[in-house]
Design a protein around this ligand. Structure first.
Ligand code: MN
Length: 261
């Protein structure tokens, strides 16, 4: 009996407990537990199936003008990634304005408008030429950021997690399949606050395109179906306060809106 077969027939496959499991964290036979924890799903447009979210990856400083406004040199920096917890997702249905809670601890809460690539196939060391075959679909989202805490932690050479990885920090729309939208290599990406244009760029200005991001990320971690990647934000990130309404757009996807409460 090979390992994969063994695990598929094991009653107690629990998250992360058994290294080498074909699908880490996926229980083939659900164990009895003393309490339930939430799974995270996104709607898939055009079907009643849901997209199960495994991990949320985010690339940093992926537009040159944004890298400059964050104080780094876009020409010399290789791509870097961070994660948000999966349950940080706030899904916002198209055509609605969802209440988004202003988080604790910050006095400088920023929006970052981003394309989101949603993987349907995993792999290790995926070549860039093959990487788009791993994309299931796309969405758009906000990488919400406690900028003051991100900066303060960076200044102290501490992890910036508290600035990036907190409840509701991963705002995202529904998943559109590649068959519905094609791949996103260019097209407008913009963000308005209270109707006023704040961010306005083109996806073709990404330093590392979606294929290159998947390829680079898969060198650091084995990727799996359900992983999603926030593909970076253009320049002119900025603060919001309670009462502000954020609307973001990417050509080919329905707009996404939240109200800060
Ligand atoms: Mn970002």
């Amino acid at each position: 009996m090979d390992r994969r077969h063994f695990f598929q027939n094991t009653a107690l496959v629990t998250s992360g407990a058994l290294a080498g499991c074909a699908l880490p964290g996926v229980a083939q036979n659900k164990p009895r537990t003393p309490f339930a924890v939430a799974d995270t799903y996104l709607p898939i447009v055009g079907t009643d199936e849901l997209f199960p979210v495994r991990r949320i990856y985010c690339i940093g400083r992926n537009y040159a003008a944004h890298a400059r406004e964050m104080g780094s040199d876009p020409n010399r920096e290789p791509p870097f990634f961070f994660q948000k917890p999966t349950d940080a997702i706030q899904h916002v249905p198209a055509g609605t304005v969802a209440d988004h809670p202003y988080p604790t601890l910050t006095k400088n809460y920023h929006y970052e408008a981003e394309l989101v690539a949603c993987l349907g196939k995993g792999g290790k060391s995926i070549p860039a030429e093959k990487a788009l075959e791993h994309v299931f679909g796309y969405s758009l989202g906000l990488d919400m950021t406690r900028r003051d805490l991100q900066r303060a932690m960076g200044d102290q050479k501490k992890p910036w997690e508290i600035g990036k990885s907190f409840d509701h920090s991963a705002v995202v729309g529904a998943v559109h399949t590649v068959a519905q939208t094609g791949h996103f290599t260019q097209g407008a990406i913009w963000l308005k606050v209270n109707g006023q244009l704040k961010q306005n760029a083109n996806l073709n200005q990404m330093i590392w395109n979606v294929a290159e991001q998947i390829s680079k990320l898969s060198e650091a971690n084995e990727l799996f179906p359900g992983d999603i990647i926030y593909c970076g934000t253009p320049e002119n990130v900025g603060p919001v306060v309670r009462g502000d309404v954020i609307e973001m757009h990417i050509d080919g996807l329905p707009n996404l809106s939240v109200k800060i409460v």
